[in-house]
Design a protein around this ligand. Structure first.
Ligand SMILES: *Cc1c(COP(=O)(O)O)cnc(C)c1O
Length: 374
């Protein structure tokens, strides 16, 4: 009999994810290399159709990253100088960086402290005559509470761009009785295929989905320098194209995604059972499921827990240590400490721990015991 003693657990194990699909990935890559279709082409179109079907949307546009998905969506919706865009300060930098890059002004609304997603109850107070769009972020794999956000957007004639970079395949049960996948409730939804997202490629990649085919076609133009016909430009867009090599890899991986979401949920259930009462466990709304891109615990002893995990060689990360309204590069916006109290407190107390689909109970026990030792 052999027993292996666990001495470390990574935050994410990309090798374990790659091993069972290696031959198929290499075959797909070889096919692209042999075809010499290195820009656009059938592999990108196939993936677009697959993600579109998966998301229950009407159109999908492959792009170069989750960041570029946001930028190109904002460009195509003609959000720019003089416009305000409402969003959360508790997100990855790209959400807000993209708003500023198109020349618009981000307007922050604090989070619901239990879900870490934008608090819909605080949105209307921030709407002005300049407000053009809302970007709810579906953080850690759980969608924001979309029904009230959609109602507010309708009432004030605003666009909704769902930043679903962390939440591809996550669902929301609307009051209309239907279940919607991330990206299907807004005017536009954006995904990232950064390697640490649930559906990750071997580099950078992203996708925009929409139920509005007209907006989708405009995004398609902006993705490629605003040219419907080569060398004839109707708009100034950019090079925001998805590589066919990445698209081919993603098409190999997509069929496994639901199974991986399921495994993450099972791992979360195990943590929930063992860690409730020890730390605050993730709160998932009844209307939502989550794909657990992160399993994020919360504690006043966060720093001590992180130190113990580091000592035990357990991967962990703080998403996010500095809310965006307090970043140096946004100082001109005039926010100060205390303006977004829930985001600021969350930044001091949250900690994400390993939740990847290949994680086993023995590894989880090692993580749990380390946390309990604090
Ligand atoms: C990862 C992420 C992005 C950016 O995606 P990239 O593909 O890394 O450019 C944007 N928003 C959120 C919330 C993210 O987590």
């Amino acid at each position: 009999m052999t027993t292996t003693t666990i001495t470390n657990v990574p935050l994410l194990d990309l090798q374990a994810q790659y091993e069972p699909i290696k031959d198929d990935v290499l075959a797909a890559v070889t096919e692209v290399l042999d075809s010499k279709r290195f820009i656009g082409g059938p592999k990108v179109e196939e993936l677009e159709a697959e993600i579109n079907a998966y998301s229950g949307t009407k159109t999908a546009i492959g792009v170069s990253s989750g960041t570029d998905a946001l930028v190109v969506a904002l460009m195509a919706l003609e959000v720019g100088p003089g416009d305000e865009v409402i969003t959360t300060p508790f997100t990855f930098f790209a959400t807000v960086g993209s708003i500023v890059r198109v020349g618009a002004t981000p307007v922050f609304v604090d989070i619901d402290p239990t879900t870490y997603n934008i608090d819909p109850n605080q949105i209307e107070a921030k709407i002005t005559s300049k407000t053009k769009a809302i970007i709810p972020v579906h953080l850690f794999g759980q969608m924001a509470d979309m029904d009230p956000i959609v109602a507010i957007a309708k009432k004030h004639n605003l666009y909704i761009i769902e930043d679903a970079a962390q939440s591809i395949g996550s669902t929301y049960k609307s009051d209309d009785g239907n279940h919607y996948k991330a990206g299907a409730l807004g005017d536009v939804g954006t995904f990232s295929f950064f390697p640490s997202k649930n559906l990750g490629c071997a580099g950078d990649g992203g996708m925009v989905v929409s139920n509005n085919v007209e907006i989708g076609e405009k995004i398609r133009l902006f993705r490629n320098h605003g040219a419907a016909q080569k060398y004839y430009h109707d708009f100034v867009g950019g090079n925001f194209r998805l590589d066919p090599l990445q698209a081919a890899i993603l098409s190999v991986k997509l069929p496994y995604l639901e199974g991986q979401h399921h495994a993450r949920r099972a791992n979360a259930a195990y943590y929930n059972e063992k860690l409730s009462g020890v730390v605050e466990i993730p709160k998932i709304l009844d209307k939502c499921d989550t794909i657990y891109n992160q399993y994020t615990i919360r504690s006043e002893n966060r720093d001590a827990i992180a130190e113990a995990l580091n000592k035990a060689n357990v991967g962990n990360a703080i998403y996010y240590p500095v809310p965006l309204h307090l970043q140096n590069c946004f100082a001109e916006l005039g926010y100060k400490v205390g303006d977004m109290p829930h985001s600021e407190l969350a930044a001091k107390q949250v900690l994400s721990i390993p939740i990847y689909s290949e994680l086993n109970h023995a590894q989880q026990d090692y993580v749990i015991d380390t946390i309990k030792s604090v």
